[in-house]
Design a protein around this ligand. Structure first.
Ligand code: FAD
Length: 469
């Protein structure tokens, strides 16, 4: 489906979009394509959010590792609109497992069958689990089942302890105990989506120039469409004025809008809008987030042929090794190898307060333990990204406790990645959220129609947005 101004019906109003990540930028673009006037307010000096780029040493590449899948149709359509789809490169990647102090390749069925840490029966059950999960359609049912129970039942206790538990811990820490089976289902479903569309294997794609180029083109597209983009403009408060409009308080001025849509993480959003009802605040604050400390390491040599190395051994300070240069042409990286060392943590983890030097020392010591031939002289640059709110934990019964998109404050909407209920956090799902929101603009209520202040939070249902495929 293409998006253009002709599809437009609603009367033109002045919107503020809070947050210029992929979600805020796509909302801004789609709203202007529907004839709305849009001001996009971003706290940081540049747009892009989690998908922005930065400089590490003499290389500019993504602050967090990003790939596009062939099946990411919404993302690819946006890239087409930005005239970037032709600059995409598609690569078949390899996956490694670091288990029992050894790096194993797990990139095809034969390697999987040879994988020493598991017995043949374990492998059959593990393969069966993935095969079954990729075919499950009723994700709602899985939301009621703890992920540990589901995987143990399907794969057996040994495989759960040896394979699944380290993988769950690497993404969720100890919060895996409260996470539903829908989490692992969504992860498997995403990896298998390309096969459902007829492709035999999954390829990973990137735009030549990385997200720096995507953001440059996206920014230019927004400006061309008439969006007013204001960076270094953190929204401090949103309030309804006496004439029914909305004031957004910035550091040294207040701006007035007809409607405001926030893409901020729900706990931040709840603080920004004091006029939300106690019930709404309870829902927004009830979403539990996970954050990340993610190091980018520029090296003079490659570590392995694997894009992802999953770590099932304990005692490593990071939870995986992502070798971007096994996917991206090294010419894009000035001939260097680029490796990411992520560690997913809760928003209040002590790691956020540690100094860069401490983290660098700990992470590089861990990396040298894994790759004993790596010398510190091979490290050209090291840079750390810290983000406290990255994704909402898919806890048991998550979609029933989802905060409303349409709030009780007239004209104030809350939309963010916490509203991805049956998928994983990724750019494609994020763009779909924005597309669906704006596609439903004609029928968008001005305020929450159920009485958000009298119902128990558990009875408040999110407003269903129009879904386009
Ligand atoms: C380590 C990592 C790897 C990933 N890998 C992939 C991948 O391979 N493929 C993929 O498709 N996706 C990937 N993703 C997910 C992808 O980055 C996200 O889906 C997407 O960027 C989310 O965009 P967003 O706009 O919803 O949120 P964000 O990017 O978080 O945007 C929110 C914006 O709001 C701004 N903001 C915060 N407070 C305020 C305020 N008060 N006022 C104004 N602005 C404010 C922030 O600065 C930010 O720019 C990855 C994410 C991470 C962290």
């Amino acid at each position: 489906m293409t998006h253009n101004a002709e599809q437009l019906q609603p009367r033109s109003e002045h919107w503020a979009v809070l947050g210029a990540g992929i979600l805020g930028m796509t909302l801004a673009l789609r709203l202007t394509q529907k004839g709305q006037k849009v001001t996009l307010l971003e706290a940081r000096p540049n747009p892009g959010g989690l998908a922005d780029a930065w400089k590490i040493g003499d290389v500019t590449w993504d602050r967090h590792y990003h790939v596009t899948l062939m099946s990411d149709m919404h993302a690819r359509e946006l890239l087409r609109e930005l005239t970037l789809e032709d600059s995409m490169k598609w690569v078949e990647t390899k996956t490694g497992f670091f288990t029992d102090d050894t790096l194993h390749s797990m990139s095809n069925t034969l390697e999987f069958l040879k994988f020493p840490p598991l017995r043949m029966i374990d492998k059959l059950r593990l393969g069966g689990t993935i095969f079954y999960a990729a075919r499950v359609r009723n994700w709602k049912r899985l939301e009621q089942i703890p992920v540990g129970d589901w995987l143990t039942k399907l794969s057996g206790p040994r495989t759960f302890q040896k394979m699944w538990l380290p993988l769950l811990r690497s993404k969720l820490g100890e919060c895996w105990r409260e996470t539903s089976a829908a989490f692992i289902w969504a992860t498997i479903a995403r990896m298998y989506a390309a096969r459902r569309t007829g492709l035999k294997k999954e390829l990973f794609g990137y735009v030549s120039g990385g997200y720096a180029r995507v953001m440059e083109e996206f920014r230019a597209k927004l400006l061309e469409a008439g969006v007013e983009l204001r960076c270094n403009a953190p929204a401090q408060q949103v309030r309804q004025t006496s004439d029914g409009r909305l004031t957004v308080q910035l550091a040294d001025e207040a701006a007035v809008f007809d409607r405001v849509v926030s893409t901020l993480p729900t706990p931040v959003m709840s603080r920004v809008c004091p006029q939300l009802t106690p019930m709404e605040k309870q829902l927004f604050d009830g979403i539990r987030y996970h954050g990340i400390v993610c190091a980018s390491v520029l090296l003079s040599k490659s570590l392995s042929p694997f894009y992802v190395t999953n770590i099932t051994d304990t005692g490593y300070p990071f939870t995986a090794v992502i070798e971007m240069s096994s996917l991206v042409d090294k010419a894009e990286l000035g001939g260097s190898a680029l490796v990411y060392l992520p560690r997913y943590v809760t928003p209040h983890d002590e790691l956020f307060d540690r100094s860069d030097a401490e983290i660098e020392h700990e992470f590089l010591t861990g990396l040298q333990r894994m790759h004993p031939t790596l010398s510190l002289a091979d490290v050209k640059a090291f840079r750390i990204s810290r983000v406290r709110h990255v994704f909402a934990l898919p806890t048991i019964g998550y979609s029933d406790r989802l905060p409303p998109t349409v709030t009780s404050v007239p004209g104030f909407y809350a939309l963010n990645s916490a509203h991805i209920v049956n998928g994983t956090l990724n750019v494609n799902e994020t763009i779909k959220l924005a597309n669906d929101f704006v596609a439903g603009l004609n029928n968008l209520p001005f305020r929450c129609l159920s009485s958000c202040d009298s119902h128990p939070a558990s009875e408040l249902k999110p407003v269903q947005l129009v879904t386009q495929s």
